[in-house]
Design a protein around this ligand. Structure first.
Ligand SMILES: Nc1nc2c(ncn2[C@@H]2O[C@H](COP(=O)(O)OP(=O)(O)OP(=O)(O)O)[C@@H](O)[C@H]2O)c(=O)[nH]1
Ligand SMILES: [Mg+2]
Length: 480
């Protein structure tokens, strides 16, 4: 109506009349709004969902490699810091867990395995934060995550932070309000208990002892003892020889290659929390030790930076515009999911197939595969996605295929009838289990087997998936 009326009225005005000028401006704005609405309608919104560590961000990284020319220099520098710190901490975890599990280590033998004993001494003395640029690694986000991951003291906190419920996500808007367990860690004293670091990088042992003394938990006796040792060591610290990155890399390399106990411990790493890419870090430890090292594409795909919140990335794929939303998958992140549920063209659910024998990082009482089943069920049958197609990525197939040879699926899923070691039977079992959760007759689920760290595999899969979604979208909007 505005258009006809205004063109009729306009005939009575000269070109430079202020009224005419303002009408023209209004028309232009209206036209651009309409175009915007049209573009929004044509834009494909793809939402990446799944449990923490399943590989969502790795899928997004592959999309960036395929359609955005790859990673920035800044990202490459960030990952070289993060990976070096994770490599040091992951090897320490193996030593500590081996002791907890009663596995005897070659490196604990100062007489017959003198060299390995010395390597272990160097490793345990090294403080990862001393050897990286924490600012470049991601600043306070990195430090928060680091403490949560590597302080024994935070095992219970992880659970509290995750809200402790087996809930998938909050369908109820009211439940989006912060709860007791949601307190951000940033307001608290951040101390890496094991290595005695306060947030500002200074040792705050007095505070640590105070915290531990208040805590009557006997589990902390071991920790207290270790802290006392650390404290004594700190007194000597300035007189001690500086440990170089090369010393640490050499120690990790030797321990990884030659300590039989550490190998046994690694074989049981489903019983504790260890970075999935730790073997990759250890195999390539020399390059990560170089402070000038700039990460390759493969390093970035293997590296792990937990997603906090929801990130949006735009891609032009063929003649379509894609907006890809990547959501953090850990429990504490899921309350944010509901904010991006509207107007989604397709949900891409990433499942880590290899994690059928592992427990959640957020709650070590819960099996990761069970968590994914519960999550997929809740999302697939939610009111938000009644008419939304789902794509299910059976991810981490490379690890799964190796793992099924040694770790029987039936141990964790008693109704599994397939042969031990038969990966095809295992994949079919989990695929059918997930497909059986679909309570709608007309909602398609497309399944793809993936190894998100493999660029060749992902190029093939992602091309097929983006083609499929584009076709579906064109059909839905009546264009074809
Ligand atoms: N071997 C192997 N590693 C994988 C695969 N997919 C992902 N990873 C690794 O798994 C780790 C976690 O991957 P992310 O992509 O960060 O997981 P995420 O789902 O985004 O995790 P959140 O952000 O916490 O929700 C990274 O170290 C990846 O390199 C895979 O198919 N094979
Ligand atoms: Mg992520």
């Amino acid at each position: 109506m505005g258009c006809t009326a205004s063109s009729h009225v306009l005939e009575n005005y000269g070109e430079d009349d202020p009224f005419l000028q303002s009408q023209k401006a209004n028309d232009a704005i209206e036209q651009s709004l309409q175009m915007g609405r049209q573009n929004d309608k044509n834009e494909i919104k793809l939402l990446l969902l799944g449990a923490g560590e399943s590989g969502k961000s790795t899928v997004l990284k592959q999309l960036k490699l395929l359609h955005k020319g790859g990673f920035t220099h800044q990202e490459r520098l960030q990952y070289s810091q993060v990976i070096w710190a994770d490599a040091i901490q992951s090897m320490k975890i193996l030593v500590i867990q081996a002791r907890k599990m009663g596995i005897s280590l070659d490196c604990d033998d100062p007489i017959n395995k003198r060299q390995l004993f010395e390597c272990k001494r160097i490793l345990l003395k090294a403080k990862a934060l001393d050897h990286i640029d924490a600012g470049m690694a991601g600043g306070s986000d990195f430090l928060n995550d680091y403490v949560l991951k590597y302080s024994e003291r935070h095992e219970t906190k992880r659970r509290v932070q995750s809200t402790g419920q087996a809930r998938a996500f909050d369908e109820d808007e009211n439940s989006l309000l912060p709860k007791d367990g949601d307190r951000a860690m940033s307001g608290e004293t951040i101390i890496d208990v094991e290595y005695g670091f306060a947030r500002d990088g200074k040792l705050d042992l007095q505070q640590i002892f105070q915290d531990l003394d208040e805590d009557s938990d006997n589990d902390h006796m071991f920790l207290k003892e270790r802290l006392r040792e650390q404290w004594q060591q700190q007194q000597l610290r300035h007189q001690q020889q500086h440990i170089s990155n090369q010393d640490i890399a050499h120690a990790i390399d030797q321990l990884w290659k030659n300590d039989r106990g550490l190998k046994q411990c690694f074989a049981r790493s489903n019983e504790f929390q260890l970075e999935g890419s730790a073997p990759y870090y250890f195999d390539n430890i020399q390059k990560f030790a170089d402070p000038q090292y700039v990460c390759s594409d493969e390093d970035i795909l293997r590296g792990r930076v937990k997603t906090t919140g929801i990130t949006e990335s735009d891609f032009n794929i063929g003649s379509s515009k894609f907006k890809v939303l990547d959501a953090g998958g850990q429990r504490s992140e899921r309350k944010k999911w509901i904010h991006c549920f509207e107007g989604i063209t397709a949900v891409l659910f990433v499942l880590a197939m290899s994690e059928y024998d592992q427990m959640l990082f957020e709650d070590e009482r819960v099996n990761r595969m069970h968590e994914s089943i519960m999550l997929f069920d809740a999302l697939l049958n939610s009111k938000w996605f009644r008419d939304t197609p789902f794509i299910l990525f059976l991810n981490k197939m490379d690890i799964f295929e190796e793992k099924v040879k040694k770790m029987p699926i039936r141990k964790f899923f008693p109704d599994y009838q397939g042969r031990v070691g038969n990966s095809e039977a295992g994949v079919k079992y989990f695929e059918n289990l997930f497909l059986s959760l679909n309570r709608s007759n007309n909602k398609p689920i497309y399944v793809k087997r993936t190894c998100a760290t493999d660029t060749q595999n992902m190029k093939f899969v992602l091309t097929a998936v983006t083609d499929l979604i584009t076709q579906q979208n064109l059909k839905k909007s009546g264009i074809i």
